[in-house]
Design a protein around this ligand. Structure first.
Ligand SMILES: O=C(O)CCC(=O)C(=O)O
Length: 247
């Protein structure tokens, strides 16, 4: 991001890394509460499952302290959007998932409202399968006949193959996130990324992920129980926590 504003770098490259954003104190509090034990192997992508449930943030102050805290919010505010956390994951090492985007349908406005956050809870050992991304790929034209939610759900290999071929044809080198503990990476909903394969199972990278949707200002303003943590609605069982509503 050197010499560029956060928002310029984010919209140009589709990602931004902020070094040392989250304190050891917050990370230690999280790891004390959510110990990476009983790791379950996920066979499809040869990786460990998340050791917290996707909605763990609803009950965990320690997760919200990180994923909805002031450190991350100050950057969301630079995008002039109000974001709601809707998914959290914590993993030892990679998800192993192949190249993909988190927002699949080719609706640019909606993808602009989707953001992922990777918090490094330990230094990243390169052999444990780091997070990789393709800079600028959020702006590429992608085939909506293939990349749509329905097709990627029913026929996911066709989507992975399409993504692989498109990335090969563009010839852009991946960026490998060799993080230090406390570093944070923000990425755009249409940016290609993956969890690279584990090379050495003895080595880990403890990662906390947050996924967010932007919500309207009116909706954010309806929250009355005070920033920074506001549970605003129960949408078919999914709770949303507003991060950055400020008066
Ligand atoms: O394992 C990884 O780092 C990739 C995670 C990922 O793809 C995601 O959270 O959307």
């Amino acid at each position: 991001m050197a010499n560029r504003d956060f928002d310029t770098a984010y919209w140009d490259d589709g990602y931004v890394v902020i070094e040392g954003l989250i304190s050891d104190k917050k990370i230690d509090a999280f790891l004390e509460k959510h110990k990476p034990e009983n790791l379950v192997l996920e066979e499809v992508f040869e990786s460990y499952q998340s050791y917290i449930p996707r909605d763990a943030y609803i009950k965990s102050q320690q997760i919200r302290d990180i994923l909805c805290g002031e450190e991350i919010l100050q950057y969301f505010n630079k995008l002039n959007k109000y974001f709601a956390l809707h998914l959290s994951e914590a993993r030892i090492g990679t998800s192993g998932i192949k190249w993909h985007t988190d927002y699949i349908d080719q609706i640019i406005e909606a993808a602009n409202d989707y953001i992922g956050v990777h918090v490094a809870m330990s230094d990243v050992d390169i052999e444990c399968g780091p997070f990789e991304l393709i800079p600028g790929s959020h702006k590429w034209a992608k085939n909506p006949e293939i990349l749509n939610h329905e097709n990627c759900k029913n026929n996911h290999n066709s989507c992975y193959e399409y993504n692989e071929q498109l990335i090969d044809s563009m010839g852009i080198e991946p960026y490998v996130f060799k993080a230090k503990r406390g570093d944070v990476l923000f990425w755009h909903g249409h940016l290609y990324h993956r969890g690279a394969k584990i090379v050495n199972w003895e080595k880990g990278r403890d990662v906390l992920f947050g996924h967010y949707y932007a919500i309207g200002k009116d909706e954010a303003q309806r929250c009355t129980d005070g920033p920074p943590y506001q549970r605003i609605k129960n949408n078919n069982g999914i709770f949303y926590i507003v991060g950055n509503y400020h008066e």
